[in-house]
Design a protein around this ligand. Structure first.
Ligand SMILES: *Cc1c(COP(=O)(O)O)cnc(C)c1O
Length: 348
């Protein structure tokens, strides 16, 4: 791996971060806070929240097994994705490499930050080739984006290929594990101590059922986390989200039950979907959704919208022509989708 100094944008390396009141005093024993121009009334909303979210990170350590020094939390994974560009990629000079197709935010954030985005097509099984990703990279490639299980294809990337990229690439390798709770593979965050160039993304938006509170995590070496902390907005996660995230993370048994249900229901749905005349193929999935190749994605999409059922039409995505991405819902929601699908093509 290159040194972090080489990888970091020079202006970020030299940055003197804003020092907020809650940073300058972080001792435990004070009881009179007259330092932040807060209103003394309206407790507890009157106080600025902890900028480093330490109570939340302790809870994350209990649940995810990763210490606070290795943890960044932000306003959704999207904040961490954007920060990776802002910290490491010089606009119009550096580039990033990513599997294709994948989650759209990697490209949008590259475009916003004026950083060249180099997509590398997956193969016909939606698998990545480490060699192909590495050959697409050059001296100015700062980040390689991998998503596993991948969105929108649903499958795990082969672990040996992912590890090969991490071992050989000199820059940062980001593995987005937004869906890893649904996969049988051991989460990659446990490989962090062995791989200083690895960044793993997690979120409360999927298995944890808390997309509304906007809480994403990035796990990486303490040196990388220190760079994120320097660049992020001082109070990037509000008090309500920090508190709610702690309570969400306190009921992992509920989450385990949800995941078990969703996996069972997914396997049932995949089987049923495969029986439909319009279905050409359902691709293997390790996530809480599946990608289905159908006869005419656009017209099925519109037919379902007409009935108040919304799925994701991926027909314009590379390798996903005529594909719909379908999220697993409640039993009633899934039954409604299947009922509508069985009537598709019949006269009203
Ligand atoms: C849904 C999803 C996320 C979650 O993003 P948040 O901003 O945390 O809600 C991240 N990565 C991928 C690949 C996703 O599909």
């Amino acid at each position: 791996m290159k040194s972090l100094k080489e990888l970091t944008r020079p202006n970020i390396h030299d940055l003197a971060p804003y020092s907020c009141a809650r940073n300058e005093f972080s001792g435990k024993d004070a009881s009179v806070f007259l330092d932040a121009n807060e209103n003394p009334f309206n407790t507890p909303l009157n106080r600025y929240p902890d900028p480093l979210q330490l109570k939340l990170k302790e809870k994350i350590e209990q649940v995810k097994g990763i210490p606070a020094a290795y943890t960044f939390v932000g306003n959704g994974s999207d904040e961490a994705i954007d920060l990776l560009y802002r910290c490491f990629c010089r606009p119009r000079k550096d580039n990033v490499v990513a599997i294709e197709p994948t989650y759209g935010m990697y490209r949008v954030c590259a475009d916003i930050n004026d950083v060249e985005y180099r997509p590398v097509l997956l193969d016909e099984h939606f698998q990545m080739s480490a060699d192909a990703l590495l050959s697409a990279s050059d001296q100015n490639t700062k980040v390689i984006w991998i998503c596993s299980p991948n969105n929108p294809t649903g499958n795990d990337m082969q672990r040996e290929e992912v590890l090969k990229v991490i071992d050989i690439f000199e820059g940062l390798v980001v593995v987005d594990e937004a869906y890893s709770d649904f996969s049988q593979l051991r989460p990659l965050r446990f490989e962090l101590p062995r791989h200083p160039n690895l960044v793993v993304l997690n979120t409360l938006s999927k298995a944890w059922g808390a997309a509304a509170i906007r809480l994403g995590m990035a796990f990486a070496s303490p040196d990388i986390i220190a760079i994120f902390n320097k660049v992020k907005y001082p109070y990037n996660v509000n008090l309500l989200t920090q508190e709610k995230a702690i309570s969400v993370l306190s009921d992992r048994f509920e989450v385990d039950r949800w995941v078990q249900f969703i996996l069972q229901e997914r396997d049932r749905m995949v089987e049923a979907f495969r029986q439909l005349p319009v279905c050409k193929q359902v691709y293997p999935t390790n996530a809480n959704f599946f990608l289905a190749h159908v006869s005419d994605a656009q017209s099925i999409y519109e037919y379902l919208v007409e009935r108040g059922i919304i799925v994701r039409n991926r027909t314009r995505v590379q390798l996903c022509h005529n594909c719909l991405r379908i999220t697993i819902g409640t039993r009633a929601e899934n039954a409604e989708l299947m009922g509508a699908m069985r009537l598709y093509g019949h006269k009203e």
